[in-house]
Design a protein around this ligand. Structure first.
Ligand SMILES: NC(=O)c1ccc[n+]([C@@H]2O[C@H](COP(=O)([O-])OP(=O)(O)OC[C@H]3O[C@@H](n4cnc5c(N)ncnc54)[C@H](OP(=O)(O)O)[C@@H]3O)[C@@H](O)[C@H]2O)c1
Length: 289
């Protein structure tokens, strides 16, 4: 391991951030974890919590160490671009040595779609800042299945999706967090790099249903629905229109077989194959029983 640097993790209470601070804690490497509310702080050895809001650049400076490293993630929100740009500016002012940004497999500054555009614009700000950076573009994560899909399987032994037979190489968020940990602790190998992180195999929802059936030891059915039905469902759930348009575009592309790309980034960066969907469902079996 290279010389230890002070690391700051933004989004430390979130899906990837919480895994990442656990990895630092397990490795006995001190880390600063940022949250807007210390009530959400998870007490862990070697983790020091800091309360700050990415909406306010001045609050961020004290959390960031000169010559240190920063991990940047936050959930989609109307102020996402401004807030993540504030972190980049604060990191530059503090004189950080490396910033790792969690991005999306779909990141285009000129995209008409909300999530690709918000990540694309922040990526542009980062590449134009004077900070050595690493961008982790994550494919869709397996952990998304722990919400509505798992509930539907528990209740009805079936679930629905609008991607037809289209495949995607979903990635386990634990692999994404391990990649982030490696990049932050051995930064020199990863300066000015963008990695597209996928699972090891593109799968469709027939494959997912078979993997869940095997774990719960009962038949679980995948019920394909149309894009129009999916849109109506998201409207009934009151999702913001910008997110609905993004998710419909993602599902359309997957239906059309345009999202099956598999990369070797995770296996090269971790020195082992990515976790499979079978491993994922075995590890989370109780959520689907
Ligand atoms: N899910 C996927 O399949 C997938 C795939 C590719 C990329 N991504 C990207 O992954 C990222 C994470 O999304 P998620 O929905 O899973 O969210 P999340 O990581 O579970 O949670 C959001 C985190 O952001 C922090 N945060 C939000 N606004 C903040 C602010 N103003 N100041 C300080 N902290 C703030 C929250 O901290 P507090 O609430 O504690 O303050 C929380 O820790 C997104 O950028 C998403 O586009 C997701």
């Amino acid at each position: 391991m290279e010389q230890a640097r002070k690391i700051t993790v933004f989004g430390a209470t979130g899906k990837i951030g919480s895994d990442l601070i656990q990895l630092f804690s397990d490795a006995k490497i001190p880390v600063t974890a940022v949250t807007r509310s210390l009530k959400r702080a998870i007490p862990l050895p070697f983790v020091q919590w800091h309360q700050a809001d990415m909406a306010h650049e001045e609050q961020l400076i004290p959390a960031i160490a000169e010559g240190g490293g920063v991990f940047l993630t936050s959930g989609p929100s109307p102020d996402f671009i401004q807030e993540q740009t504030n972190v980049i500016r604060a990191a530059q002012r503090a004189g950080v040595a490396h910033l790792v940004k969690l991005s999306s497999g779909e990141a285009y500054a000129s995209s008409p779609l909300f999530i690709p555009r918000m990540h694309g614009l922040v990526e542009t700000a980062l590449t134009q800042a004077d900070i050595p950076y690493t961008i982790l573009r994550s494919n869709g994560m397996m952990q998304n299945w722990l919400g509505d899909l798992a509930e539907s399987v528990r209740k009805e032994r079936k679930f629905h999706e609008s991607t037809g037979d289209g495949k995607r190489a979903y990635v386990d968020k634990r692999d994404v967090a391990e990649v982030a940990f490696n990049c932050l602790t051995k930064p020199k190998n990863h300066y000015v790099k963008t990695y597209f992180l996928t699972g090891g195999e593109a799968v469709n929802y027939n494959d997912v249903a078979a993997a869940i059936s095997s774990v719960v030891q009962q038949p679980v059915a995948y019920v394909p629905i149309s894009l129009e039905e999916s849109r109506r469902e998201m409207e009934q759930q009151n999702l913001p229109p910008a997110l609905i348009e993004t998710f419909i575009a993602y599902d359309t592309a997957q239906r059309n077989g345009e999202k099956a790309l598999v990369t070797d980034c995770v296996s090269k960066l971790l020195g082992r194959p990515p976790r499979t969907i079978d491993q994922f469902f075995a590890d989370h079996a109780d959520c689907f029983r």
